[in-house]
Design a protein around this ligand. Structure first.
Ligand code: XUL
Ligand code: CO
Length: 439
C-alpha cells in the first residue's frame, strides 16, 4: 500500500513541554475530563473538501498546494487516491470521523447518472476503508453552490428544473450518508439567498427551501436515517443576504415550517462572526433552544472580515465554546474542522501542523471550560446578579403571578428604583484569566 505522508508517523500526545512539532501538546485522547474521554467529548472530524481537495487557490491567484496524490486530478483514480491519503491522514492524526460533500468525493460530470454511479463506486471504496480502520462518517452533504446552474440557489432557485437537480443531489447525498452510517446530514445554503430584493420572490424561495428539507426528512427517515439534519447558518458569502442568517433566524425558520423535530444546527465559528455575533453567542442561542447539534470548528480574522476558515487557535474562544458544549451535555454531532491551511502553508506537513493546532486548541478549551464550571465563581456571581427575582416582587414576576397594575402600584409606592447590582464585568474577566492560566 502506497504511503502518501511517508515522513510522518502517528501523532502522539507528548505534553505541554514537548518541542516536537509533530506531537500533541494538550490533546490526549484517552484523558478523562468532565467525566468523559477527550476523544468522546470532542469527536473531531476531517473536512474532505479543505484537506483533500483545496489547493490554495484564492480570488487573486491559483494553486500553491499539491493534492494530486500521484494521480491526474479529475479522474476516479485521483478520487481513490484521495480516499487512501485521507484515511492515512486520519489514522496518523487519530481523527475518528470525516465530513464530505458529494462533489468532494468524485469528479462531477454534466450527466447526473454518471455522477450517481461514481458516488456508488467511491462510497464502496470508502466503506471498505472505514471497516478496516474503524473511522466513521460524522455528516454528509450535497454541494449545491459550485455548479453554475445553482447561481440563483438550489431550494431557492427560480428554475423548477434546477430545483429537481438539487433534490436529486440531496437524495443521493443522503443515500451515501446513510450507507456510510453518518451521524448527521447538513444543509448549508450557500446560494440560498438573494442579491437584490427587487428581483426576488422571498416567500416562494423560503417555502421552496422548506419543501426541499421536508422531502429530505421524509426520504431520509424512509431509508433508515436516524441521525439529525442540520442547518448551518451563515449570513452572507457567496450571496449578499442568506436566509439562514444566524442561529435565531434558522430556528425561527425551522419552527415556522414544522422542521424543528428533525433538525438541529451546525454552528460554524467563522459564520457566527460574519453575522456580527461571537461564536459563543451562536452556541448559547442554539443551546437554549435545544438546537445545538454540531460544530464547524474554525475561526475568522477580524482584520480581513470574510470567511477565512482558519484553523482555530484562539484558546479563549475555544474555552467559551466548550463551556456551552459542556452546559449542553455534549453534541449529537462533533467538531468538524471546516478550516484550511493558509495559502503559504503549502506542504503536506502543514496539513498535520494545522490539525494539531486545532485539536490542541479545543483540548485546551475543554480543560479550561471544565475548570471554569468546577471553580463555580462565575456562576455564583450570575446567580447573585439576578437574586432580586428570588423573593418578593421578583419572585411574583418570574412565577407569572403579577400584573401591570400591581407592578405600577409597587413602583409608585417606591417612587424610584436603585441601580441594579454591578455587572462586575472586569472582575469576571479577571477571574476567567486566572482560571485559564492556573495549573
Ligand atoms: C461554507 C461552509 C460549508 C459547509 C458545508 O462556508 O461552511 O463548507 O460547512 O457545505
Ligand atoms: Co462549514
Amino acid at each position: 500500500m502506497k504511503e502518501y505522508f511517508p515522513n510522518i508517523k502517528k501523532i502522539k500526545y507528548e505534553g505541554a513541554n514537548s518541542k516536537n512539532p509533530l506531537a500533541f501538546h494538550y490533546y490526549d485522547e484517552n484523558k478523562v475530563v468532565a467525566g468523559k474521554k477527550m476523544k468522546d467529548h470532542l469527536r473531531f472530524a476531517m473536512a474532505w473538501w479543505h484537506n483533500l481537495c483545496a489547493q490554495g487557490t484564492d480570488m487573486f491567484g491559483t494553486d500553491t498546494m499539491d493534492k494530486s496524490f500521484g494521480q491526474k486530478i479529475g479522474t476516479m483514480e485521483h478520487a481513490k487516491a484521495k480516499v487512501d491519503a485521507g484515511f492515512e491522514f486520519m489514522q496518523k492524526m487519530g481523527i475518528h470521523y470525516f465530513c464530505f460533500h458529494d462533489a468532494d468525493l468524485i469528479p462531477e460530470t454534466n450527466d447526473i447518472n454518471v455522477n450517481y454511479k461514481r458516488l456508488d463506486e467511491i462510497s464502496d471504496y470508502i466503506l471498505k476503508k472505514m471497516k478496516q480502520t474503524g473511522i466513521k462518517c460524522l455528516w454528509g452533504t450535497a454541494n449545491m453552490f459550485s455548479n453554475p446552474k445553482f447561481f440563483a440557489g438550489a431550494g431557492s432557485t427560480s428554475s423548477a428544473d434546477v430545483y429537481a437537480f438539487a433534490a436529486a443531489k440531496v437524495k443521493k447525498a443522503l443515500d451515501i450518508t446513510v450507507k456510510l452510517g453518518g451521524r448527521g446530514y447538513v444543509f448549508w445554503g450557500g446560494r440560498e439567498g438573494y442579491e437584490h430584493l427587487l428581483n426576488t420572490d422571498m416567500q416562494l424561495e423560503l417555502d421552496n427551501i422548506a419543501r426541499l428539507m421536508k422531502m429530505a426528512v421524509k426520504y431520509g427517515r424512509k431509508i433508515g436515517f436516524k441521525g439529525d439534519f442540520y442547518i448551518e447558518p451563515k449570513p452572507k458569502e457567496p450571496m449578499k443576504h442568506q436566509y439562514d442568517f444566524d442561529a435565531s433566524t434558522a430556528i425561527n425558520f425551522l419552527r415556522h415550517y414544522g422542521l424543528d423535530k428533525d433538525f438541529k444546527l451546525n454552528i460554524e465559528a467563522n459564520h457566527a462572526t460574519l453575522a456580527g455575533h461571537t461564536f459563543e453567542h451562536e452556541l448559547r442561542v442554539s443551546r437554549l433552544n435545544n438546537m445545538l447539534g454540531s460544530i464547524d470548528a474554525n475561526q475568522g480574522d477580524p482584520i480581513l472580515g470574510w470567511d477565512t476558515d482558519e484553523f482555530p487557535y484562539d484558546v479563549y474562544t475555544a474555552t467559551m465554546a466548550m463551556y456551552e458544549v459542556l452546559k449542553s451535555k455534549g453534541l449529537t454531532g462533533g467538531f468538524n474542522f471546516d478550516a484550511k491551511n493558509r495559502r503559504g502553508s503549502y506542504t503536506h506537513e502543514d496539513m498535520f501542523y494545522a490539525y494539531i493546532l486545532g485539536m490542541d486548541t479545543y483540548a485546551l478549551g475543554l480543560i479550561n471550560a471544565d475548570k471554569l464550571i468546577k471553580d463555580g465563581r462565575i456562576e455564583k456571581m450570575i446567580k447573585e446578579k439576578y437574586a432580586s427575582f428570588n423573593t418578593g416582587i421578583g419572585k411574583k414576576i418570574v412565577s407569572d403571578k403579577t400584573s401591570l397594575e400591581e407592578l405600577s402600584k409597587y413602583a409608585c409606592k417606591m417612587k424610584d428604583a436603585k441601580l441594579p447590582k454591578s455587572n462586575h464585568q472586569e472582575l469576571m474577566q479577571s477571574i476567567v484569566n486566572q482560571i485559564i492560566h492556573s495549573k
